[in-house]
Design a protein around this ligand. Sequence first.
Ligand code: IMP
Ligand code: MG
Length: 179
Amino acid sequence: MNSDIKSVLIAEDVLQAKIAELGAKITEEYRGKDLLLVCVLKGAVIFVSDLMRHIDLPLDIDFMAISSYGSNTQSSGVVRILKDLNASIEGRHVLIVEDIIDSGLTLSYLAENLKSRGPKSVEICTILDKPDRRTAQLDIKYTGFQVPDEFVVGYGLDYAEKYRNLPYIAILKEEIYSN
Ligand code: IMP
Ligand code: MG
């Protein structure tokens, strides 16, 4: 195990089983629809690449980068589009794929922004949900796991851009944050 890790919150096999389950559900619910996955960079890349292999439908994927965080652990409330989608989403069924929803500010901004572009639907799929700190009202269609109000890393999630490559979700040792 990585020596900066205090404890593993969600093990790799548990994550993978849940992703297979989410993929099967999405497959049933989007059958016959023109599905576009919108991956929110960078955190959701690992999740979307696992998830899409469990969706047994023709689909398309696009990427967006937005920021509401600096390199610290508090949401700033300021949302900026750093990279927009490559193509139009008009008439398409959009499923936003995210790593974690905390305050919800990032996703509520993004969902509203995408809804204004004329898609048939916009829904949200997140691997982690941290409901304790929600300030923005959000309907989340697919959730992997609810997590407590602790800063987590791994499986795409970073602390100061590190730890995204861990195959599990973990909590860091306190001394890492104070350095
Ligand atoms: P929100 O706007 O507060 O919902 O923030 C969502 C974004 O904050 C996520 O996409 C993550 O990039 C980041 N974030 C929130 N909580 C955590 C965490 O526990 N670990 C790593 N990143 C987090
Ligand atoms: Mg993110």
